[in-house]
Design a protein around this ligand. Structure first.
Ligand SMILES: NC(=O)C1=CN([C@@H]2O[C@H](COP(=O)(O)OP(=O)(O)OC[C@H]3O[C@@H](n4cnc5c(N)ncnc54)[C@H](O)[C@@H]3O)[C@@H](O)[C@H]2O)C=CC1
Ligand SMILES: NCC(=O)COP(=O)(O)O
Length: 344
């Protein structure tokens, strides 16, 4: 999509451009995506390219009972559909994992990445996908973040960033079995994740982000009685960050660090559920996941495909809306200052 501007060239302001995918066709993604796109203020906030076929969009609209204005050229107030996507066959079963659903999901994400690589969008929002279906369809990485990184040729630090209101979290480990977490908690790994979270928070405009670091073991390791990662691995990384002048503190007991969240702009957790249980209890409906560290801003709701809710109309839109708001806002800032990257 060529970059559109306001009508008067003298005051021309380029508009942010966001690609939106419908996510896994078996889950709540399509209905949430069209509900998002049906909101006038969303289409006013950015030029939106929907990475779906007309048939996919129509199915989702019928399911959700909404209408999304579409035009060939993405005229104001409308969205544009990408061309040339294969029609999914009718072999995609609803409310379950399948290779067919994974294939459709991956192909739409690939196309969204193409748009970003071609400079046609500044950000991507994807509706929830299902990692099992992606694996069945041939994704070899443990999750879509590592898949995005490979597709984009990015070999730097990455972490899912989970965002609720003003609070951002990053993780040292993510989608790996629990039994493999402890060996991954090294000073290097904690240092890298701290660096990512610090930079991301700085890019949100916080000049000296306050970061709290969670412990791995019960009661902060109880002075080494319940594990030594706090003493041997985490504390040295925190001390090194503090020595650089960063406002980083910890490790703190993981079961209470979120109770003192007002002290922090960001919290670094050691594994997936340490942060996500807290964040989802604090605000299940609003959470957003950003694929942190990538050169392209990619955001998605923190919840998943919710097969149990498909077609019930009970899936809450707020997380999808918040993901879009973050994407549109970062896209707008990249349009305004193209050289600035958020790392997020
Ligand atoms: N944005 C994304 O692409 C995400 C994808 N996933 C993937 O989704 C799949 C299913 O994951 P689950 O752990 O079962 O989590 P899930 O979030 O799909 O479902 C967990 C529970 O939350 C409820 N729920 C989910 N979304 C909701 C909404 N919008 N409104 C109200 N209730 C909602 C569901 O009904 C279910 O009871 C997995 O493959 C997972 O990897 C998980 C999180 C984010
Ligand atoms: N697709 C995004 C995703 O699955 C992130 O979810 P989570 O690992 O933050 O629960």
């Amino acid at each position: 999509m060529p970059q559109s501007t306001t009508a008067d060239p003298a005051t021309a302001v380029a508009r942010p451009r966001v690609a939106v995918t419908l996510g896994d066709p078996a889950g709540v993604g399509p209905e949430l995506a069209v509900r998002l796109l049906a909101v006038d203020s969303n289409r006013a906030a950015a030029d939106i390219i929907v990475v779906a076929t007309r048939a996919e969009l129509d199915r989702a609209q019928a399911e959700a009972g909404v209408t999304v204005p579409v035009s060939d050229d993405g005229a104001p107030g409308t969205v544009r559909l990408v061309d040339g996507l294969d029609e999914p066959g009718d072999d995609v079963p609803l409310r379950e994992v399948s290779e067919a659903a994974g294939r459709v999901t991956l192909s739409r994400l690939e196309r969204a990445l193409d748009l970003a690589r071609a400079g046609e969008v500044e950000a991507i929002v994807f509706a929830p996908l299902n990692k099992t279906s992606l694996h069945l369809a041939g994704m070899h990485e443990e999750d879509e973040l590592r898949w995005f990184a490979r597709e984009l040729g990015h070999d730097g630090v990455t972490s899912e960033l989970n965002i609720l209101g003003q609070l951002w979290t990053a993780r040292v480990t993510s989608h790996i079995p629990h039994g493999e977490v402890a060996p991954h908690i090294t000073t290097d790994a904690v240092t890298r994740s701290l660096g990512l979270l610090h930079e991301v928070l700085r890019d949100t405009g916080i000049s000296q982000p306050r970061i709290g670091v969670a412990a791995l073991n019960p009661h902060n390791g109880e002075n080494g009685l319940f594990g030594r990662q706090e003493i041997d691995e985490i504390a040295p990384a925190v001390e090194a960050a503090a020595a650089r002048g960063w406002n980083v503190r910890g490790p703190f007991p993981a079961d209470t660090i979120f109770l003192r969240r007002d002290e922090f702009d960001g919290i670094l957790t050691m594994y997936h559920d340490q942060g996500q249980i807290a964040m989802k209890l604090l605000g299940f409906d609003g959470g957003v996941t950003v694929q942190g560290g990538l050169p392209v801003l990619i955001a998605t709701p923190a919840h998943g495909t919710a097969f149990d809710l498909v077609g019930t109309g009970r899936a809450a839109l707020t997380s999808t809306q918040n993901a879009f708001d973050i994407a549109a806002s970062v896209a707008a800032s990249r349009v305004a200052a193209p050289a600035a990257g958020t790392g997020a």
